[in-house]
Design a protein around this ligand. Structure first.
Ligand SMILES: Nc1ncnc2c1ncn2[C@@H]1O[C@H](COP(=O)(O)OP(=O)(O)O)[C@@H](O)[C@H]1O
Ligand SMILES: [Mg+2]
Length: 265
């Protein structure tokens, strides 16, 4: 059997802070394991504060785990050099494109930046790569001359996706990337994501608190609650026959369950 592309094993995370003058330990994650197979779209769902972002940040090394281990294609990621190598192959798309994009940097420069940092494309060819990538995410190449504030929310999220794809990663982690968008724009960005995933053969982790979006998009789903994985399985199985009370409660909270099957929104 081939190893998962990305795997988290028994991850624990304790945040230490002060509360009412005393040291307080908050267990954000307990014994969380998750694995992403080649070409798969894995959904991570759970209410706000359940630990989804913390887990994904640990999976790319932005945050360190208190316990447990991350492996990339079957090899544990331990040394700084391993993390550097992983960060080229695994890209993260942030929830809020405004925080991800520098407000004073033109889009073309922001997209060329990962190429410059990694020195992987001659300067003369960078603008052409930028234009190709803008087209790939359904934007006109002229967008390169604009600033983030001159774009709509949907356009900004497309630019954010383009930026993550500049280094031709194998894995994309998308953290609530459609949550701030209007419903119709959400559907367009999700359709683009599916198209890109197929075209580029990406493996994808898609994080959302919205079960309808997860059902539309994901092959497999992992349900998190208070820092633990309470259920995981094929999307259909989890939605049709949830085994955990928390998953049932989440499903019951969807406003119009009859519409869930066909549309993302
Ligand atoms: N840097 C931090 N310091 C202290 N607590 C944090 C930090 N980041 C997250 N947490 C806490 O960890 C828990 C999980 O947060 P998070 O991973 O952001 O959840 P989710 O993405 O599912 O909303 C929350 O209780 C949150 O308050
Ligand atoms: Mg989050």
């Amino acid at each position: 059997m081939t190893a998962p592309v990305l795997e988290a094993s028994a991850i624990g995370k304790v945040f230490t802070g002060r509360r009412e003058g005393k040291i307080h330990h908050h267990h954000a994650l307990r014994q969380v394991s998750a694995s992403l197979s080649e070409g798969e779209i894995l959904g991570i769902v759970g209410e706000s504060g359940s630990g989804k972002t913390t887990l994904s940040r640990i999976m790319i090394g932005i945050e360190s785990a208190s316990s447990g281990e991350i492996a990339f294609r079957g090899t544990p990621v331990r040394r700084q050099a391993d993390w550097r190598a992983l960060r080229r192959q695994v890209q993260y798309v942030f929830q809020d494109p405004f925080t991800a994009l520098c407000p004073t940097m033109r889009i073309g420069k922001a997209l060329a930046e990962p190429l410059a940092i990694h020195g992987i494309c001659p300067t003369s060819e960078r603008q052409q790569r930028v234009a190709q990538m803008l087209e790939m995410v359904g934007l006109h190449p002229d967008i390169a001359g604009r600033l983030p504030a001159q774009l709509s929310g949907g356009q900004r999220q497309r630019v954010n996706l383009a930026r993550a794809l500049m280094l031709e990663p194998q894995v994309l982690i998308c953290d609530e990337i459609v949550s701030g968008l209007d419903v119709s724009v959400q559907a367009q960005v999700l359709a683009l994501l599916v198209e890109l995933q197929k075209k580029l053969g990406l493996s994808l982790i898609f994080i959302s608190h919205d079960l309808r979006v997860i059902r539309y998009l994901c092959d497999r789903v992992l349900v998190m609650h208070l820092g633990e994985v309470v259920e995981q399985g094929a999307t259909e199985q989890v939605f049709d026959a949830p085994s955990h009370n928390y998953t049932r409660a989440l499903l019951a909270a969807i406003p119009d369950r009859n519409r869930v099957t066909d549309t993302p929104i």
